[in-house]
Design a protein around this ligand. Structure first.
Ligand code: FES
Ligand SMILES: [Fe+2]
Length: 386
């Protein structure tokens, strides 16, 4: 059942305008109230394609990865015929979790009473229940959810009516193929995790503009050529594009780099391939909401080999010790501010050229959030001004 109504949506979109130059941000309640945190889970995380892992973990038959999406335990497996499948990771006997972590397996055995499922999710054996004349295992199968390999990564969607990610994403696959053509050949090398005292949307807002960069990221504005920084929005995603800095910088050594133009892609509720200048690397940064004022963020680094070179280690260290400290300080302060009576919403600051210093990407994201909330609340939730 929907946790929000049409009139709830009208309240948080007061001040939002389809023209970013006239628009205010989402209202503060969307960042602080449990009702909106629940709506985000139901209307966004449970209805959009969510990143699970790099394809390398699911190449061989029997490969499996477990994760939690919008509170639902999920297991993704490669079955014996090579088909990728995703299931609710919940036993049909008495609901014990089935697969844990990642690895390879020949079948799915419940750790509680040892019911045994095939890699297609069908129940193959139920200890002792097989002797019961009234027990028919042929009708028992794990709940399947849509799963898709996209741009070298694996995604699931809890909404069985959602349609393929490739249809939702427009030109995103071609864009990733153009700027990060070797994604599928990279390997997981490092994970950074952060428990951030902020609503997940604050983290995304922060990623979506570099208006704060000259103020908060002295090293980053040295690392890239800010004069070339631009942000473009496309359907459910946006990208950031900038040339690498051409001189020595305060962040880390980029002299071993290939001169690529760093860019990053942010889709609804995800932060996707995001090469930085210097050594070949790619990182994905999903943020999972842990409540209205908490986000569990993980940065995963995919490199040429699992061992970091000196230059790669330097760039990871810069992100962990410098960039993340700066951004987390910002978003946690913002979260404290939006939780006070001194703030309802703020003006979107943008420019017609779509520069990195413009907040039109934030505005685009807020529009997507509102669209998702409107869909969740029902079709009558359309704001008269839109
Ligand atoms: S809960 Fe899985 S076999 Fe009993
Ligand atoms: Fe930042």
């Amino acid at each position: 059942m929907a946790s929000i109504t049409a009139s709830d949506v009208r309240e948080i979109e007061i001040g939002f305008d389809t023209d970013p130059a006239r628009s205010m941000s989402l209202r503060a309640d969307a960042y602080t109230e449990p009702k909106w945190a629940q709506a985000d889970l139901q209307g966004i995380f449970a209805r959009t394609w969510q990143w699970i892992c790099h394809v390398e973990k699911l190449t061989a038959p029997g490969g499996h990865v477990s994760a939690t999406v919008a509170g639902m335990p999920i297991a993704v497996v490669r079955d014996r015929s090579g088909t990728l499948r995703a299931f609710c990771n919940v036993c049909k006997h008495r609901a014990h979790e089935l697969l844990k972590g990642s690895g390879t397996t020949r079948s799915i055995v419940c750790p509680c009473h040892a019911w045994l499922y095939g890699l297609d999710g069908s129940l193959r054996a139920a200890r002792r229940a097989d002797r019961m004349p009234t027990f028919d295992k042929s009708g028992i199968c794990l709940d399947q959810v849509p799963v898709e390999e996209f741009g070298g990564m694996v995604y699931v969607n809890l909404d069985t009516t959602a349609g393929p990610l490739s249809e939702h994403a427009g030109d995103l696959a071609a864009d990733i193929a153009r700027w990060a053509p070797d994604v599928a050949g990279l390997t997981h090398a490092e994970r950074l995790t952060y428990d951030v005292r902020s609503n997940w949307k604050n983290l995304i807002d922060n990623f979506l503009e570099c208006y704060h960069c000259h103020i908060a990221h002295r090293e980053f504005v040295d690392l890239v050529d800010m004069d070339t920084y631009e942000v473009k929005t496309h359907g459910i995603w946006s990208n950031h594009f900038t040339r690498a800095g051409l001189h020595g910088n305060a962040a880390y050594d980029v002299s071993g780099g290939n001169g690529q133009r760093p860019r990053r892609v942010v889709a609804l509720a995800q932060h996707l391939p995001a090469p930085l200048p210097g050594p070949r690397q790619l990182h994905g940064v999903p943020g999972r909401p842990g409540g209205p004022d908490r986000t569990l963020a993980t940065w995963d680094f995919f490199l040429g080999t699992p061992e970091l070179t000196e230059a790669e280690a330097q760039s990871v260290k810069y992100i962990d010790d410098v960039l993340q400290v700066q951004d987390i300080t910002l978003v946690e302060s913002v979260q404290r501010g939006v939780s006070t009576t001194a703030f309802d919403q703020g003006r979107i600051v943008c420019d017609a050229g779509g520069s990195g210093l413009s907040e039109h990407g934030v505005h685009h994201f807020h529009g997507l959030v509102l669209d998702a909330c409107r869909t969740l609340a029902g079709k009558d939730a359309t704001c008269p001004s839109r």
